[in-house]
Ligand binder design. Structure first.
Ligand code: S3P
Length: 179
């Protein structure tokens, strides 16, 4: 039985990567890293400000540099920004560093979740629902490359965390928990 080094959560905005990742890390006694939050700490400004001031491509370069750094550590739950899948290099590094779980949700559920507090620069527009549907379609194949997909539409972060643990164990991979 192999041991999983890190658990990497990928998926579209509003699928619950951050809230689930934080809880899952706590349940396993792993370190929690959210790539957006880490970039905000490193660069001293919000993701929206990075998009507005430096542009999306600079944000993407920073994201890739961070993935490279994180790949050196073990026992982490890494919640990634929804666009991490756009760079194939990111996915190659993440795959080497752990098991990749994609969280999914319906477009309506995503809209409802991101609408509550819209901090996402890509969705700050009138036709938000159409943009979500378009981006989901554009990225579908990239998200499908995950080891496992878990639909979070009707589930709480706690339920999803349990689903993830069960899924990993069923795959015959060992989790090195400290609790
Ligand atoms: C993005 C998703 C966001 C953030 C940025 C771009 C995307 O992260 O990285 O706004 O391209 O899907 P969340 O998925 O955590 O919202």
């Amino acid at each position: 039985m192999s041991t999983v080094k890190n658990i990497v959560l990928i998926g579209f905005m509003g699928t619950g990567k951050t809230s689930t990742g934080r809880l899952l890390a706590k349940m396993l006694g792993y370190r929690f890293v959210d790539t957006d939050q880490r970039l905000e700490e490193l660069y001293g400004c919000s993701v929206s400000e990075m998009f507005a001031n430096e542009g999306e491509s600079v944000f993407r370069e920073r994201e890739t540099a961070l993935v490279k750094d994180l790949a050196a550590y073990k026992r982490q739950v890494i919640s990634t920004g929804g666009g991490i899948v756009l760079n194939q290099q990111n996915m190659i590094m993440l795959r080497k560093t752990g098991m990749i779980i994609c969280l999914t949700a319906t477009a309506d559920r995503i809209l409802e979740r991101v609408g509550r507090r819209n901090t996402r620069p890509l969705l700050r527009q009138e036709n938000c629902r159409e943009i979500i549907i378009d981006l989901l379609e554009q990225r579908r194949e990239l998200y499908n490359k995950a080891d496992f997909m878990i639909d979070t539409s009707e589930r709480t972060p706690r339920q999803v965390s349990h689903d993830i643990i069960r899924t990993i164990k069923m795959a015959g991979v060992k989790l090195k928990c400290v609790r």
